[in-house]
Write a protein that binds this ligand. Structure first.
Ligand SMILES: [Zn+2]
Length: 360
């Protein structure tokens, strides 16, 4: 019962009848880890929210379909909600079109089925451990998993104690708690930045376009330090260069909420950063300096990094797989295997639509 993206466990949801024990120290985050997203052509909807029951079982939230996670030499692809959503964004598969769904399901056809046994849930070929999390340069979650004494399918043991006492402890943090976003620069941040004296140093007297070219070569930590070196640069960063901070935030990919997260926050009047809706002169600079500092955002960046590795590996392996396009008469066309996969997806989607209709 581990996530195919982050490799962390699921926790039995209240729908479970035989709850497993886990340390009280992780209880605060437990709700998030009770549910996820299942991906597969055999699943009603193809991509569907699920709740973890216990042992080897998940259940669809909207329909009474049970999923036996590990069986027949492999497992289903099931991810925590944010892990699944970031994977969909990475693969440009956020909508429910046939193309997007096929792009998600084909991962298993390219890599091979997600594994069984001690590595249950893990994609073959993916080097999960190469992705850093905050200051941790190597993240080996695999060492926390062991085969259960019963040896039963889907019942691997996760070493909670080791997680809590190791450098991996911050991983047990929800990856969807964003830093506070300020839609305007607070007056206290601009205090002391009015009526600045005339300077004669080389840097602050450079023409603005030259200065902007210079900062475009700086990595973000360097840029943040650079703009803290004097009041003139600080004022520039908090006013004219909010556009620079905004661009740097958005290019990270993981640092602002996904549309679904943003819509939910908006419903509860929680202000969050948005490429489309947030003012251009909001305090993007403050947000930029905070997104690298919180545990939640470190974990989110780590998950995003794993999704990038999955995408990169897919791009490397797809050309030699059955999912690659074929050339017929000088034209690129879908392979027979890809067409067959799309047909399977279409059949499941039709069945799902019928069932949804009959429920109304
Ligand atoms: Zn996960």
């Amino acid at each position: 019962m581990s996530c195919t993206v982050c490799r962390l466990p699921f926790i039995p949801s209240p729908r479970s009848t035989s709850e497993r024990l886990y340390p009280p120290s992780i209880k605060q985050q437990s709700k998030y880890f009770q549910s996820g997203l299942a991906i597969g052509y055999q699943i009603l909807g193809v991509v569907a929210p699920v709740d973890y029951l216990d042992d080897n079982l998940f259940t669809l939230r909207a329909f009474p379909q049970m999923i036996q996670w590990e069986s027949d030499g492999g497992t289903f692809v099931i991810c925590h909600a944010v892990c699944g959503a970031l994977l969909r964004r990475t693969l440009n598969a956020e909508d429910d079109s046939a193309r997007s769904l096929a792009n998600l399901v084909e991962l298993e056809r390219i890599f091979g089925r997600t594994q069984e046994g001690r590595k249950a849930g893990r994609f073959p070929h993916i080097n999960y451990e190469e992705v850093r999390c905050g200051r941790l340069l190597r993240v080996d979650v695999e060492r926390l998993w062991s085969r259960s004494k019963t040896g039963a399918a889907g019942e691997n043991d996760f070493d909670w104690m080791k997680l809590n006492t190791s450098d991996l402890a911050p991983l047990w943090t929800r990856p969807d708690t964003f830093p506070k976003f300020h839609t305007a620069v607070g007056p206290e941040r601009l205090k002391g930045l009015k009526d600045l004296p005339v300077t004669n140093d080389l840097i602050t007297n450079l023409p603005t376009d030259v200065l902007e070219l210079l900062i475009s070569y700086m990595m973000t930590p360097t840029y943040v330090c650079f703009t803290s070196t004097c009041r003139i640069l600080r004022r520039q960063a908090l006013t004219e260069w909010q556009k620079v901070a905004r661009a740097r935030v958005l290019e990270l990919g993981w640092a602002v909420p996904l549309p679904s997260e943003y819509a939910l926050a908006k419903k509860y009047n929680i202000v969050m950063a948005s490429a489309e809706e947030s003012p251009l002169d909001a305090d993007w600079m403050l947000y930029l300096s905070h997104v690298h500092r919180t545990k939640s955002m470190n974990v989110r960046e780590w998950i995003w990094g794993i999704c990038q590795v999955i995408k990169r590996t897919r791009d490397e392996l797809k050309p030699t797989s059955a999912m690659a396009d074929v050339e017929v008469g000088g034209k690129r066309m879908k392979s027979a295997a890809r067409k067959e996969l799309e047909k399977q997806i279409q059949q499941t989607r039709s069945m799902f639509a019928q069932m949804a209709k009959s429920r109304k």
